[in-house]
Design a protein around this ligand. Structure first.
Ligand code: GLU
Length: 483
C-alpha cells in the first residue's frame, strides 16, 4: 500500500481556492509526501460557463503560498478531449455506453410523468440498447449525448478511507450522461470530440494518472458509485481502483455550511488578512484530522504524522478564535527578518513604509521581535510597525488622562536629554528616562504612559525604551515637542 502512492487535487477553476478544497489538497499532499509518493494538480475546466478569469492562476498561487508543491501538472481536462472521446468510442463499441437522442423537453416530460406516478425521477433507459429491443430511429435534428450503461442491479461497495464501509445500490442511480456535444459555436477539439461530464472525465484521469488515493469532499459520495462502475468497465475487471476518502464539510461558526455569503472562504482572503501559510496549514490540517492532543505543529511534523488515519468522520466547525491563536503561535516562532519583509509588503500596500533597504528591514525586524508577542496576525503587526512611519493621532481621552501638568516638566527634560544622547539605543534612552524622573520626582508609571501616548499613539506598548529605540531620534523629538 505504501508503494507508488499517487494523489491528486482536482479543483474546478470557478474562483479562488476554497478552504475545503485547500484542506483536501493538504491531505492529499501530506499523504503523498508521507509515503514518498507523487501529488498531481489537475484542473477540471470542462464547465466552461462557470470558469472565471484568472482562477487557475489564483489556485496555483494559493497552493504555492501554502507550500503544497505538486509533482505533476497542472493538467487541464480541456486539453484531453481527444482522450475522453477515444474512451467513449471504446465503450460504445463494447456496449457499456450508448447514444441518447432525448431532447430536454422529452426529459422534462419523462420526469414530470414519474413525479405524477410518485416515482423517483431518473432516466428511463429508452435509448439503452438491449437484446431484442427495437430502438426508435435517431432524429436528424438532435445532437445525441452519450450515456453510461450502468449495471441495473447489485450494489457498489467500497471501504471509504474516512467514513468506513459504504454501499449504494445500483437501483439508486441511473444511466449517467458521460459526454455531451459541445455548445453551438465551439471549435477545435471541443467541436470534434464533445465535452465529458465530471463523473466520466474524473475516472479516465484517475486511471490514466494512476491515482491510488482520492481525498475529496463528501458531497462526492453519491458520485462514487458511478465512478467505480465506470472505472471497472474501462480499466478492466482486475484493475486496481483508487481508494476513496470523503472528508466531511466544514461548518461555519454558525453551524451552517461554510459559505461565501457568511464570511471568507478562500485561502487568498486569509493571506490578505495577515495569516501565515504555516498557520493556515496547521489549522486546516487539524480541522478534520488529529494526532493525539497536538494542536500546534509545522509542515515537517505534519508530513511525518499524516498517514491517512485519524481523519474525522463528522464535520468540523470553523473557529476564527482558534485560527487566530494558531497564527499567533506561528508568528512568535517566525524568523524576524522574514516578518520584516512581510510587514514591509503590508505597509507598502497601505502607502506607508520608509525607504526600502537594509536599514529599513533591520528596523522592521527589531519591531517584529518587539511587537509580535502582542499580535495574532501580520496585519496587527503592521499596525504596530506603522507607528514608526505614519503620524500618530493619540485619542483625546488618553492625552487627558496621561499627559497632565504633573508630568510635563519631566517630558521636557526627557526631550532635552534625548536630544543630547551620544548614542541612540535602548540603554541610553533608559538612562535619559531615569534622569528625567529623578529631576522632577515623577514615577515611571506616570512618565512612561505619557511618552507612549505622545510617541506611539497608545497608552500600552512593550518596554518604552526599546520602543523608542526603534524610531529615528528626530521623530521622537518632534512628537514630544508637539505635545
Ligand atoms: N472538480 C471536483 C471538485 O472540485 C473534483 C472532485 C474530485 O476530487 O473528484 O469538487
Amino acid at each position: 500500500m505504501t508503494k507508488n502512492v499517487r494523489t491528486r487535487i482536482a479543483p474546478s477553476p470557478t474562483g479562488f481556492l476554497h478552504l475545503g478544497t485547500a484542506r483536501t489538497a493538504l491531505y492529499s499532499w501530506a499523504f503523498a509526501r508521507h509515503h514518498g509518493g507523487r501529488f498531481v494538480l489537475r484542473i477540471e475546466d470542462t464547465d466552461v460557463e462557470r470558469e472565471t478569469e484568472g482562477a487557475v492562476e489564483q489556485i496555483v498561487a494559493s497552493m504555492r503560498w501554502l507550500g503544497l508543491d505538486y509533482d505533476e501538472g497542472p493538467i487541464y481536462q480541456m486539453q484531453r478531449l481527444a482522450r475522453y472521446h477515444e474512451v467513449v468510442e471504446q465503450m460504445i463499441a463494447a456496449g457499456t455506453a450508448y447514444r441518447c437522442w432525448c431532447t430536454p423537453a422529452e426529459l422534462d416530460a419523462m420526469r414530470e410523468a414519474q413525479r405524477t406516478r410518485g416515482q423517483k425521477t431518473r432516466y428511463d433507459g429508452r435509448w439503452r440498447p438491449a437484446p431484442g429491443k427495437l430502438l426508435p430511429a435517431p432524429p436528424a435534428d438532435v445532437r445525441p449525448v452519450v450515456r453510461f450503461a450502468n449495471p441495473p442491479t447489485g450494489a457498489v461497495s467500497w471501504n471509504d478511507l474516512v467514513k468506513g464501509p459504504i454501499s449504494i445500490s445500483n437501483e439508486e442511480i441511473d444511466d449517467l450522461i458521460i459526454l455531451r456535444p459541445a455548445p453551438a459555436g465551439a471549435s477545435g477539439d471541443a467541436a470534434a470530440f464533445g465535452i465529458p461530464t465530471y463523473n466520466f472525465a474524473v475516472v479516465v484521469d484517475d486511471m490514466d494518472m494512476r491515482i491510488t488515493h482520492v481525498y475529496r469532499g463528501d458531497e462526492h459520495i453519491n458520485n462514487t458509485p458511478w465512478q467505480i462502475n465506470i472505472f471497472r468497465v474501462i480499466a478492466g475487471e482486475g484493475a486496481e481502483l483508487p481508494q476513496y476518502g470523503h472528508c466531511p464539510i466544514i461548518l461555519g461558526d454558525d453551524g451552517l455550511k461554510l459559505s461565501k455569503r457568511r464570511g471568507a472562504v478562500s485561502v487568498t482572503a486569509y493571506q490578505e488578512a495577515g495569516y501565515l501559510p504555516e498557520a493556515m496549514l496547521n489549522y486546516l490540517a487539524r480541522l478534520g484530522w488529529s494526532h493525539g492532543d497536538d494542536e500546534l505543529f509545522g509542515r515537517e511534523q505534519l508530513v511525518r504524522w499524516f498517514d491517512g488515519s485519524h481523519l474525522a468522520k463528522s464535520p468540523a466547525q470553523w473557529d476564527p478564535a482558534k485560527l487566530a491563536w494558531v497564527n499567533a503561535h506561528h508568528l512568535r516562532q517566525a524568523d524576524d527578518g522574514r516578518l520584516a519583509r512581510l510587514v514591509q509588503e503590508e505597509l507598502d500596500r497601505r502607502g506607508l513604509g520608509g525607504a526600502p533597504g537594509a536599514d529599513e528591514l533591520e528596523r522592521l525586524s527589531r519591531a517584529a521581535a518587539l511587537f509580535k508577542d502582542r499580535c495574532s496576525t501580520l496585519v496587527e503587526l503592521a499596525d504596530w510597525a506603522s507607528i514608526l512611519f505614519a503620524d500618530v493621532r493619540p485619542a483625546e481621552a488618553d492625552l487627558a488622562t496621561f499627559v497632565n501638568d504633573a508630568v510635563r516638566p519631566a517630558l521636557r527634560t526627557l526631550r532635552d536629554r534625548l536630544a543630547e544622547l551620544p548614542t541612540w539605543d535602548k540603554s541610553t534612552i533608559a538612562a535619559a528616562m531615569k534622569e528625567s524622573l529623578a529631576a522632577h520626582q515623577v514615577k515611571m508609571p506616570q512618565l512612561a504612559p505619557a511618552v507612549r501616548v505622545i510617541v506611539c499613539g497608545r497608552a500600552q506598548t512593550p518596554s518604552i525604551d526599546a520602543v523608542l529605540a526603534l524610531f529615528p531620534r528626530e521623530t521622537v523629538l518632534s512628537r514630544l515637542r508637539s505635545a
